[in-house]
Design a protein around this ligand. Sequence first.
Ligand code: SF4
Length: 402
Amino acid sequence: MRRKSLEVKIGNVLMGANHPVVIQSMTNTDTADIESSLQQVVALADAGSELVRLTVNVEAAALAIPHIKEKLLAKGYTTPIIGDFHYNGHTLLTKVPACAEALDKYRINPGNVGFGETHDKNFKQMIEVALKYDKPVRIGVNWGSLDQSILNRLMDENGRSKKPKSAEEIMVDALCESALTSAKMAHEYGLSPNKIVISVKMSHVQDVIKAYTLLASQCDYALHVGLTEAGMGTKGAVASTAALANLLQNGIGDTIRVSLTPAPDGDRTEEVRVCQLILQALGQRQFQPSVTACPGCGRTTNTLFQEMTQEMEQFFKEKMPVWKKQGLKGVETLKIAVMGCIVNGPGESKQADIGISLPGSGENPKAPVFIDGQKVTTLEGPQMMMTFKKMVEDYVQQKFGN
Ligand code: SF4
């Protein structure tokens, strides 16, 4: 069951409470480079990112933010943008009021706001800006930049304890304490709890699960959930999935980000796609028709079913924007099956909206097609792929059209 969290409004996006889990991402362009940042925000939004964060690290970046926002709106993009602040956020937000106004949320890292009295003064200054412009904030704690005074105090206390905890447990406790103390301070400075989102990111799966589980038991703030520094490619996607799936399955998480390291010429939007796949695999949200395909084995001696699976994935990628524009409702729930042989082919195909069971080696070279559980035809020959796609298109128009 979904954890009961407070509803937070970020620009035009509602999250927390009973709202669907929101997908977010972060740019890796130089924010001061208005055109390339704009292009990347647009690409991320087109890919399905519902919130996009940009670093605001220097005055030139702060000055660029209102221009990026203005150009986004001119292009028809209302996707909220979030400013990521470290060290000098209090200065930038006060010195460049147009930036403070244009951003839809501020991310504050309590470990990077200053020390002692300076910390409290700078933190208060940022909260006052949030109050002035009526903006929500994320208290984003990261173990790489954790407030060391909290960690040292908890370590000392633990050292005197009769039942000392492990260093990992103390780290988890310190992250949660840092987040909750900062949230309490923000509240005392006047920020309403429904303007506060919290995150406690770490880079090991088990630590992240423990930290968010503890945090979720101690507050009802909306939670931004993610594994920080997840890494590259499959490793990053799998580690993020392991952490997020566990938490989301237990109802924890109101917005997610997958922090993938892209290849030097890689596609930044991949992190959005992974978020979508996680939510879709868990059955929490649907974004694109799903293709069930078998892995293949010694019963498949050609690559036809692999090619067909690949083609169908690509077909849906290209068709979804067209079908959306056409106003087809619910098309993302479509399920198709592409199977390699008679062993599981007909059975799995019957479970899908449309399924095709391709012939394995030694089988009659014919492929039965099932629609809504019933065998409707048998395909064969070089036209098989094209005919199957046409059948899918017809089914979509019939089932999801007006
Ligand atoms: S459906 Fe057939 S080809 Fe596919 S994995 Fe199973 S036995 Fe192998």
